[in-house]
Design a protein around this ligand. Structure first.
Ligand code: GLA
Length: 423
């Protein structure tokens, strides 16, 4: 054991976030913003790599948020700044920006913000005004916690208001139908402007979650159910372990998984793998066994179909009205553990840092643990007793030291509110 305390990444309070974004806006643009909007990062409790297969996911919004101080302009210019780029403001024009790989390509994080205006215009909201915006985010970058979706969704709620689109409602009284339309434009931004072929789970979580609840998201039709998930009231906590292992969704691995699922669905004659019921899985795997890349297709399909089933089972467990303890808690933990195993063995999207994190957490008393998000690095989650959070974090940090990995960071994942306006 060691005396070094594990590092917890704090969330900026709403006041700190809005003050920091406003101060940066004033410093750089020498004016007052029209307001400050925010959007949260997320962790997914279960239901991984199911969204683009039309299946179920169960994310929660984090208290860690992107804050955007923004002021409408009367021309089509967009100027963006963050604390890391205050020396060099990004300037672009909504008439000339375009998707990744075209002459109008927008670099880095600016594509997630200006790109939302571009996407909204493609989705029918024409001739949007330009804007100046200052970003301050405390969602860890590249940690698999949807730092990019937080940028997109903060831009979406801000543009919605300053351009009078009337889609978002407020964080307290959200317009869920309007928000589902904003999700579509944010996903388009991620896919086309940033070139990452992701599904819609992250943006749905950031825009459609509710405080104290997990979001059961049916990615087939975009319908949602808010599942009570007040872990603190049950004496539990969800510990997030940011492995600090590099994680990227546009390096080909994520796209290769998605393409394999599409090939499998085509061979099976279904639109999406979510169309395969769990009872029909053995027959489906048998039919895939004749394909050229049978080994890959069988494994990917088995993960997707069993993961949707695990998600359904965890949701009904959480909805049965009984306290989350005893055998019910053990079963919830087993479902999380089985999800990780399936992602490790069948989806092959974990990495040594993720596997060590979940093993060390379980050995230190976690009820269940799994990777969360796209994988290949990023973060893991562990369901732990509230009074064991620090001991489990310390055990994971120790295991990392023994393995020679970079030190991990930790977050306390309290189910928080969806995107909205702060001031
Ligand atoms: C990333 C993507 C999501 C989803 C997850 C895996 O977070 O952005 O759309 O596919 O991976 O569940």
């Amino acid at each position: 054991m060691t005396n070094d305390a594990p590092v917890f990444a704090p969330a900026l309070s709403p006041k700190e976030g809005s003050e920091a974004a406003t101060a940066l806006f004033r410093e750089v643009f020498e004016a007052e913003p029209d307001g400050v909007w925010y959007a949260p990062g997320r962790v997914n409790v279960i239901g991984e790599h199911t969204d683009y297969n039309g299946g179920l996911a169960l994310p929660i919004a984090l208290p860690h948020r992107a804050h955007l101080a923004l002021r409408r302009r009367e021309d089509r210019v967009v100027r963006l700044v963050s604390p890391q780029t205050r020396e060099k403001v990004d300037v672009m024009d909504l008439d000339t920006i375009g998707p990744k790989g075209t002459p109008g390509e927008v670099e880095h994080w600016a594509s997630y913000i200006a790109g939302v205006a571009w996407s909204l215009e493609r989705d029918g909201f024409e001739n949007l005004p330009g804007f100046d915006a200052a970003l301050v985010s405390c969602v860890p970058l590249g940690g698999g916690l949807s730092s990019s979706a937080a940028l997109e969704c903060s831009a979406a709620v801000a543009i919605d208001e300053v351009a009078h689109l009337g889609l978002a409602g407020t964080a307290q009284e959200p317009d869920d139908t309007g928000r589902a339309r904003l999700v579509t434009s944010c996903v388009r931004t991620e896919n086309e402007m940033a070139g990452a072929p992701t599904g819609g789970m992250d943006q749905s979580a950031s825009l459609r979650c509710r405080e104290g609840h997990a979001l059961e998201l049916d990615c087939r039709d975009g319908s949602v159910t808010h599942v009570p998930f007040d872990l603190a009231a049950e004496g539990l906590a969800l510990l997030v372990i940011d492995t600090k292992a590099k994680h990227s969704l546009d390096d080909g691995q994520y796209g290769a998984r998605r393409a394999a699922c599409e090939r499998a669905a085509e061979i099976l004659g279904v639109e999406l793998l979510a169309d395969i019921a769990i009872e029909d899985l053995p027959g489906a795997l048998e039919r895939l066994s004749g394909a050229d890349d049978a080994d890959e297709l069988v494994k990917r399909t088995r993960h997707v179909v069993t993961e949707i089933d695990r998600t359904r089972r965890l949701v009904s467990l959480l909805q049965d009205g009984r306290p989350l303890r005893g055998e019910k808690l053990a079963e919830a933990g087993r479902l999380m553990d089985a999800s990780h195993e399936s992602l490790r063995v069948d989806y092959e999207c974990t990495c040594p840092e993720l596997d060590v994190a979940v093993e060390a957490a379980r050995a230190a008393g976690a009820h269940g643990a799994r990777m969360t998000g796209g994988g290949f690095g990023g973060s893991a989650i562990a369901l732990v007793d509230a009074d064991a959070v620090h001991a489990v974090a310390a055990a994971v940090a120790d295991a990392y030291r023994r393995e020679g990995f970079n030190p991990p960071a930790f977050l306390d994942a309290v189910p928080a509110a969806p995107a909205g306006r702060l001031v």
